[in-house]
Design a protein around this ligand. Structure first.
Ligand code: AMP
Ligand code: FES
Ligand code: ZN
Length: 298
């Protein structure tokens, strides 16, 4: 197979785009997908300060590298979850990566915050991944708000987005469907959230990380085994093999044709938010989840 751009030998085949690329042209393809996502959804400009959540995995490190190369004003934020098997190596990868790039990084340590994830896991009945996700989003938002960032970016890729869209659609979950998308504007108590990798697949970010020699954290979280989101991704991948391009089309058609309806429905009947009595974070429950867990552990 020949590279669709320059005619050299292709090394990355992309059936979804009916093309294949040599390493250099693949880097150009990847950059353009990120650029297109940022511009099309008016995520942020080079003049704005942007926080990027770095887990140490291929997606967030690839995103961070790309934003630095494209000249954006980015700062990394890593949440050390305090999981003995996985947190120290993940944190070390993020720290080494940012040091090599000469980029700013802040690490928030959940053990110091009184919220080490193994203890949180022992204290809740709900699946830990959902609770851990809530805690991470809480600190992403709080840090960005307290420090005046224009937006927080995460490394969610097309497969993450489509897997979540499928789950939300199977339940017709109006609240979640109303705010699923690559770019959520800031509002009272919440900083803007952006997902500039939403156009690239898991395979494409893995190829980008590999071709650029990124030293990434690869071990999965010890608590995520058999998680339902992995099975949904597999399901969508089977659909993609049958019908190349189906994932991006499913997601973009949702944004174009359906999302506004869910947003309007949620605006009519959604739960009202008020500041948490303890920390001020917007919540519909009086005291927010993070403060309730913190009190329980204390
Ligand atoms: P995940 O939910 O693990 O697939 O992660 C989705 C995105 O959330 C990643 O691409 C990162 O941008 C961010 N993220 C996940 N875990 C962390 C962490 N411990 N610290 C900072 N950002 C994280
Ligand atoms: Fe949070 Fe695994 S990363 S539970
Ligand atoms: Zn609170």
């Amino acid at each position: 197979m020949k590279c669709s751009r320059c005619g050299a030998v292709a090394q990355v085949a992309l059936p979804s785009h009916h093309s294949g690329f040599c390493p250099d042209c693949f880097r150009v393809f990847f950059s353009r997908q990120v650029e297109r996502a940022i511009h099309q959804h008016r995520m942020f400009s080079p003049q704005e300060r942007v926080l990027v959540a770095l887990s140490g995995g291929k997606d967030s490190l690839s995103l961070f590298r790309e934003l630095v190369l494209q000249g954006y004003d980015v700062t990394g934020l890593h949440i050390d979850l305090g999981i003995p098997e996985s947190s120290p190596p993940a944190r070390a990868k993020v720290e080494a990566f940012c040091a090599a790039l000469g980029a700013r990084l802040t690490v928030l340590d959940m053990t110091r915050e009184g919220l080490p994830i193994p203890q949180v896991k022992a204290s809740v009945t709900r699946p830990i991944c959902a609770v851990c996700g809530k805690i991470k989003r809480y600190f992403f938002n709080k840090f960005a708000m307290d420090n005046g960032f224009a937006a927080i970016c995460t490394g969610h890729n097309l497969d993450d987005e489509v897997g979540r869209l499928l789950a939300n659609t199977l339940r017709w979950d109006v609240a979640y469907l109303s705010d699923q998308g690559p770019s959520l504007p800031g509002r009272e108590g919440f900083v803007a959230k952006c997902r500039p990798l939403y156009r690239v697949s898991e395979y494409e970010t893995a190829a980008y990380a590999f071709l650029n020699g990124l030293d990434i954290h690869v071990a999965p979280c010890p608590y995520s085994k058999g998680a339902s989101f992995t099975r949904r991704k597999e399901l969508m991948n089977r659909l993609e093999i049958e019908s190349p391009g189906a994932k991006l089309q499913f997601y973009e058609s949702f944004l174009k044709n359906a999302r506004a309806h869910f947003e309007a429905a949620e605006a009519r009947g959604g739960a009202a938010l008020a500041p948490c009595r303890s920390c001020g974070y917007p919540t519909s429950a009086g005291v927010c989840t993070v403060c309730r867990i913190r009190e329980k552990l204390a």
